[in-house]
Design a binder for this molecule. Structure first.
Ligand code: GDP
Ligand code: IMO
Ligand code: MG
Length: 423
């Protein structure tokens, strides 16, 4: 494995958590490099479900070191709640380390996320309201509070300065109520105390692990189409979920990476707003939503559902430099007579095979489908490719051909062992 990236090849929620958990079993280090607690990664082990948001999915292995790299935005209250939730299930956070450079998500960021969404009226992004965008905005504006400030000697000064600045925006721009800094200081001082022992320069740890040939797993959050540059802007998140983002966000160079695995579902989902060419508004869409349990891990919102989009998958192969593709969640398609795959878009009479840069164009793209036979057998117990119904085998081989990337693994259920490795 030496340096393996596992990332989302669609709009998030592809089942990254399950695969990261599987590979974390052989990893020495699991590193998150972007996003924050907008992520919701589900791991199911021995019938117990863990929903991880900020903490890397390697936490369930006691010898694995878990790192929150400099590119992640960390909500101190949220991470402590997650640490406590895991402790209640007997999972220790002793090997969890947060980079000193991480920017903190603070109460004014949550406030501003809600206010700016409301101010956009019907044009809102549909964010998770976790303060992600406003925190990355402060980082880019170079006015954010970093972890070394938060747990260090500048705690009160940095917090007061940031709050005063943001209260001007909250009251002046949005007409909202100012954040009460005294109450925030009283609450957050305790969080700083508790987090201090976890904070350090994690980039040294990651570099040393890479240099000594240890297995390092880079855990992607969100998905390729939610990338700030490469996604369906402006309906994206504010970080870089593509593979390149994992170097910037973990503080190591590209030579640390040897494998890049992109996770897709056998269909497509999206939460929040924005264009989605293969979206289904009919009973097939409802069927997939129900069979796949497509409701947000973080917000509980029903996910929009649609057929597999190979234009997107090929785009993900290209912009991430994928070395392998996983087709996850095949079992929810059971019972559908035909399976459709979008192989190109019809854009005002022109056939497009590349994903357009302008999302306005995407809204005019109509999917061009190829159809494949469905299956009715229960595949959740299959553990080898040969055990799968012939129509499923054909479907996977076709996806591999159309997407132009080796399919290395399949998912047939939520549990750690419900996967099929293809050699
Ligand atoms: P992530 O954000 O990419 O980690 O994905 P989420 O955890 O948000 O969403 C994936 C959901 O699908 C979770 O509820 C998983 O337990 C579930 N899941 C993962 N793999 C499979 C699979 O192969 N089949 C089925 N039916 N569910 C799966
Ligand atoms: P995981 O890691 C799916 C979406 C939100 C919204 C947009 C911007 O579980 O795959 P934000 O709060 O980030 O500013 O919201 O991005 N979004 C996700 N969708 N899975 C995620 O993470 C997501 N994280 C953010 O729904 O459309
Ligand atoms: Mg998720």
């Amino acid at each position: 494995m030496p340096g393996k990236v596992i990332l989302g090849a669609q709009w998030g929620d592809e089942g990254k958590g399950k695969f990261i958990d599987i590979f974390a079993g052989e990893a020495d280090l699991v590193v998150r490099s972007q996003g924050g607690n907008n992520a919701g990664h589900t791991v199911v082990v021995n019938g117990e479900t863990y929903k991880l948001q900020l903490i890397p999915s390697g936490i369930l292995y006691k010898d694995c070191v878990n790192i929150i790299g400099p590119g992640v935005v960390v909500d101190p209250r949220a991470i402590l709640k997650e640490i406590d939730g895991l402790a209640a299930k007997g999972v220790s956070a002793d090997k969890l380390f947060i980079d000193a450079r991480c920017h903190c998500i603070l109460p004014w960021h949550l406030e501003l996320d809600a206010l700016s969404e409301k101010a956009r009226g019907g044009d809102d992004i549909g964010t998770t309201k976790k303060g992600i965008g406003p925190t990355y905005m402060d980082k880019a504006e170079r006015i954010g509070v970093r972890m070394h400030d938060f747990v260090g000697g500048r705690f009160e000064e940095a917090m007061r300065e940031a709050c005063a600045r943001k209260n001007k925006v909250i009251t002046g721009v949005y007409g909202g109520d100012p954040v009460d800094i005294e109450a925030v200081l009283a609450e957050y001082r305790g969080y700083a105390e508790r987090l201090r022992s976890h904070v350090r320069d994690t980039t040294v740890m990651t570099y040393e692990a890479v240099k000594s040939g240890k297995n390092v797993l880079f855990e992607g959050a969100q998905g390729t189409l939610l990338d700030l540059d490469m996604g369906t802007y402006p309906y994206v998140t504010s970080s870089h979920p593509v593979s390149g983002g994992c170097c910037i966000g973990s503080g190591v160079g590209p030579t640390a990476i040897t494998e890049i695995m992109g996770i897709c579902k056998s269909y497509t989902t999206r939460v929040g707003k924005g264009p989605f060419p293969t979206e289904l508004f009919d009973e097939t869409g409802d069927y997939i939503r129900k069979a796949g349990g497509e409701f947000g891990t973080v917000t509980g919102r029903p996910r929009r559902t649609g057929w597999f989009d190979a234009v997107i998958a090929r785009y993900a192969v290209r912009v991430n430099g994928l070395t392998e593709l996983v087709i996850n969640k095949i079992d929810p398609l059971c019972g559908l007579p035909k399976l459709k795959v979008c192989v190109a878009y019809d854009f005002k009479g022109e056939r497009l095979t590349e994903f357009p840069a302008d999302f306005a164009d995407l809204e005019h793209c109509k999917p061009v489908y190829e159809e494949f036979d469905g299956f009715t057998e229960d595949i959740t117990g299959c553990r080898s490719f040969d055990e799968l119904p012939v129509s499923v085998q054909d479907y996977i081989r076709e996806l591999e051909r159309i997407c132009g990337c080796r399919v290395s693994m399949l998912g047939v259920g939520p549990a750690r062992d419900q996967v099929i490795a293809i050699r």
